[in-house]
Design a protein around this ligand. Structure first.
Ligand code: ZN
Length: 188
């Protein structure tokens, strides 16, 4: 798995999407439409087929949806790929992968899980709410219960919560955190 593939996968998992499109992933992962399509669907270069995440990761599947767009006055039907992400399957898969990798390298430290990076955990022991810039997207999870307003922008509807930081944030602010996190990790 390439660095970008691992990052894309981690981004999908962090966003907690059940369904997503190339465009959604593109915006959060800061990659071009073309790159995201390659990452997911693979590509062929000089007669060699390079598999994408669809083939590599069993947690991702695709359905072709027909989108009807009537915004231009006439009815336009477009085909759009909707990707489905199975969080449970992803967890199982990464767990299996870690076990498998550990068996390979004898006597060495086990490899870090896919979702690791440097530990930039937020210190909230003193009860001070961290600034948005130091929030770690990894500590957030998508929740279905009513959380009220976003603690960062104060306007969006909060849908992600970090128990660790005691902060609830909206989709837009969460996407920004993930993007900033990707930038820090040097993912392009
Ligand atoms: Zn917000």
């Amino acid at each position: 798995m390439t660095r970008n593939e691992a990052a894309a996968l981690a981004t999908i998992a962090r966003m907690g999407w059940e369904t997503f499109t190339i465009r959604m992933l593109q915006q959060v992962a800061r990659l071009s439409y073309h790159q995201v399509r390659r990452i997911l669907q693979g590509y062929t270069a000089k007669g060699t087929v390079y598999c994408g995440l669809l083939e590599k990761c069993p947690a991702i599947s695709v359905v072709d949806a027909t989108v009807i767009d009537e915004s231009a006055g006439t009815t336009v039907r477009r085909h759009e790929s909707h990707f489905q992400f199975d969080t449970e399957r992803y967890r199982e898969w990464t767990a299996e992968l870690a076990v498998w990798l550990e068996d390979e390298g004898e006597g060495e430290d086990p490899p870090p899980p896919l979702d690791s990076g440097c530990n930039t955990g937020v210190n909230v022991a003193n009860g001070v709410r961290p600034l948005p810039g130091v929030l770690d997207p990894r500590t957030f999870g998508r929740v279905k219960i009513e959380l009220g307003r976003c603690d960062v922008c104060g306007t969006g509807k909060a849908v992600y919560r970090s128990r660790e930081a005691g902060v609830n944030i909206c989709e837009a602010c969460y996407a920004r955190l993930v993007r900033e996190g990707n930038a820090k990790e040097g993912v392009r």
